[in-house]
Design a protein around this ligand. Structure first.
Ligand code: PHB
Length: 392
């Protein structure tokens, strides 16, 4: 509340002309984890932004575009709100983008209306974020969206009993609910549902519970980063995999940048997701080349880069539609129903929810001819909306 008052005062000053808006440079403030354990995820945001600007230019309709990055190393709503306020008030950004973790997005959306600023989310994946402000648009995915096709696939592959294990916060709960719904509708049964604190890093007790459950498979969601690497390592190293318990997860758990560290332990893991770095299309080839150049090497690329790349596409369309003027409502309205070909495949902004409609792919970690692990797309579920936001 105090924060909002401060923002109000500063915005008032801006309107009175005590703080003058800079000439014709459109500033975009991007919040992400650029340092700390999740730094590679943030670097993927930056690679996506830089790839987009390298391929599409640094100005729109004669308006120069300037990016201001702000580091938010871990989920921290208070710091997220403070950074967003500072970007709007002090740096005078016209657009906010980025945001890796759900709680950080939830802390920003209440500010958007007063700030007259759209937020384009590059990652945070809880369905309900979209209901918290009409000025938020999302170019990533939701865990309900990526997970739903997996329920039927699992049952069709002979899996009857599953233990679900998720991080206990928005995207984890959404994943648990969506998987259970789809899997049980197909005929399966979730025999146990475990929610772990977000900061869990010792997974041995969980692995014991998985074995004790006698389930045919574990369904898991954790936010990508050191967390997922630790979980998949534990699945391999504590004998759960050797005991024959199958693995099901959204692709957050087999992001490409983790595959070298997982070695042969990753091969065969079954996931569903909106993007694989290996996706075979001319658009993705162009994107991967530019993004790899931006981040330093193709091995570091992962899904946040494509969320950022498409996020920039949306922001450029907003700048075009408003001809550089700050009008958040007009900017958001202009991209409702927008469709284009992303590096991940055909996508569109659902005008009802402002979330991305996209293909979800079933993938299996495989080795290429050079012995390098990758997510191999084996089936496409076309044109998926977010089932977490669909009318009941
Ligand atoms: C989220 O906090 O919304 C989040 C973070 C990382 C992921 C997925 C979702 O891999």
């Amino acid at each position: 509340m105090v924060g909002r008052k401060l923002l109000g005062a500063a915005l008032g000053a801006l309107l009175l002309g005590t703080v003058s808006a800079s000439a014709d440079t459109i500033k975009i403030g991007i919040i992400g984890p650029f340092s700390g354990p999740f730094a590679l995820q943030g670097k993927n945001f930056q690679a996506g932004v830089e790839a987009f600007m390298a391929l599409n230019g640094k100005s729109v309709k004669g308006h120069d575009v300037e990016i201001i990055y702000r580091d938010l190393p871990a989920a921290n709503p208070a710091q997220s709100r403070a950074l967003a306020q500072e970007l709007v008030v002090k740096d005078k950004v016209q657009y906010l983008g980025g945001v890796y973790f759900t709680p950080d997005a939830m802390a920003i959306t209440p500010l958007l209306k007063q700030a007259n600023t759209p937020l384009v989310i590059f990652n945070a994946a809880t369905s309900a974020i979209m209901n918290t402000s009409p000025l938020v648009v999302r170019t990533s995915f939701t865990t309900a969206q990526t997970t739903t096709p997996l329920g039927k696939v699992a049952f069709d592959r002979g899996i009857k009993k599953v233990i679900s294990v998720v991080s206990d916060y928005g995207p984890g709960v959404d994943a648990e609910v969506a998987f259970k719904k789809a899997f049980e509708a197909a005929g399966g049964q979730v025999v146990e549902a475990v929610r772990m604190p977000l900061n869990t890093n010792d997974f041995s007790p969980i692995m014991q519970r998985i074995r004790d459950s006698k389930a045919d498979a574990v369904f898991a969601f954790l936010p990508s980063g050191p967390t997922t690497l630790g979980f998949v390592k534990a699945y391999n190293d504590t004998g759960v995999r050797q005991a024959g318990v199958k693995f099901l997860a959204p692709g957050d758990l087999t992001q490409e940048s983790d595959l070298p560290a997982l070695g042969d332990g990753a091969v065969g893991l079954l996931t569903s997701f909106h993007y694989a770095v290996s996706h075979d299309s001319p658009e993705n080839k162009t994107f991967v080349e530019a993004a790899a150049k931006a981040i330093g090497s193709p091995e570091q690329l992962s899904f946040p880069s494509v969320g950022a790349y498409d996020g920039m596409h949306v922001i450029y369309k907003m700048i075009e539609a408003t001809d550089g003027k700050q009008d958040a409502e007009k900017a958001v309205n202009a991209v409702k129903g927008l469709t284009w070909t992303s590096p991940r495949g055909p996508v569109g902004i659902d005008p009802e929810t402002r979330h991305l409609t996209q293909n979800i792919y079933l993938r299996e970690v495989a080795k290429d001819a050079a012995g390098k692990s990758y997510n191999k797309e084996i089936q496409t579920f076309a044109n998926q909306k977010d089932p977490g936001l669909a009318a009941p």
